[in-house]
Write a protein that binds this ligand. Structure first.
Ligand SMILES: Cc1ncnc2c1ncn2[C@@H]1O[C@H](/C=C/CNC(=O)c2cc(-c3ccc(F)cc3)cc(O)c2O)[C@@H](O)[C@H]1O
Ligand SMILES: [Mg+2]
Length: 214
């Protein structure tokens, strides 16, 4: 039977990356997507912006919406301090299975909790189920139409504190216009656009970093 692109991406990791070396996993995926098959990872260029936001924030608790194959999951977790935790939500079981193996290859199982399910279902359960008090960083990279409703859900569930950071991928391409308008107009956020390019291409794209003001 035919393999899927995520399966071929995992194969490239297992072939070219060193077990237990997260940066080699990131590099293997970027090489695969640049030279073999494009895939919707945040990629190396936007990934450097992601790295700088994570490093500057030094977050204890991170939530990622939309794991896909685990590229940004591994990239973020590789920069977290020792007792920090990253919870990542993915509702496609096939993608979750691949991401789980990518995370294992990187040796980051202890830092990452991959939850198979939808953000709408699991955001309200963050506190009781995972003992999460507040989120220091949320990386949004799931369906673009869900960015805004999920942001409102995060607010309503009391998961954001003064200084919590929302970092959203693809605010230009494919784009999330309603989300962008909301965070840029709301007096409750200080928003900043980091211009970049769509992963592995020359098309414009960027990340929006929005600090919750409480
Ligand atoms: C509510 C809910 N709960 C849990 N998981 C959820 C969820 N909603 C979606 N997911 C999961 O997250 C990923 C979905 C990612 C969607 N990302 C994009 O569509 C995307 C597209 C491009 C792109 C750009 C130009 C093109 F020409 C073509 C594609 C680039 C990107 O970077 C993208 O992120 C995927 O793994 C999906 O299962
Ligand atoms: Mg994306």
């Amino acid at each position: 039977t035919q393999s899927t692109r995520p399966q071929r991406l995992l194969g490239a990791v297992q072939k070219n990356a060193t077990r237990g070396d997260p940066r080699s996993v990131v590099k293997a995926i970027d090489e695969f997507c640049r030279h073999k098959e494009w895939a919707m990872n945040v990629g190396d260029e936007k990934g450097c912006i992601l790295d700088s936001v994570v490093s500057e924030l030094n977050p204890a608790t991170v939530l990622e919406l939309g794991t896909y194959c685990g590229y940004s999951t591994v990239r973020i977790a590789s920069l977290l301090p020792p007792h920090a935790k990253l919870i990542t939500l993915e509702f496609n079981p096939d993608y979750a299975k691949i991401a789980c193996q990518v995370i294992a290859w990187a040796g980051l199982e202890d830092k990452i909790q991959l939850v198979e399910g939808s953000s709408a279902e699991w955001i309200p359960k963050m506190k009781e189920h995972f003992g999460v008090k507040m989120l220091d960083l949320v990386f949004m990279d799931h369906w673009k139409d869900d960015y805004l409703p999920d942001t409102k859900l995060l607010e309503d569930c009391g998961l954001l504190r003064k200084g919590s950071v929302l970092l959203a991928d693809n605010v230009i391409c494919p784009g999330s216009p309603d989300y962008l308008k909301y965070v840029r107009r709301s007096p409750r956020y200080k928003s900043q656009y980091f211009r970049s390019h769509l992963e592995y291409t020359k098309a414009e794209d960027g990340l929006e970093k929005s600090v919750f003001l409480g």
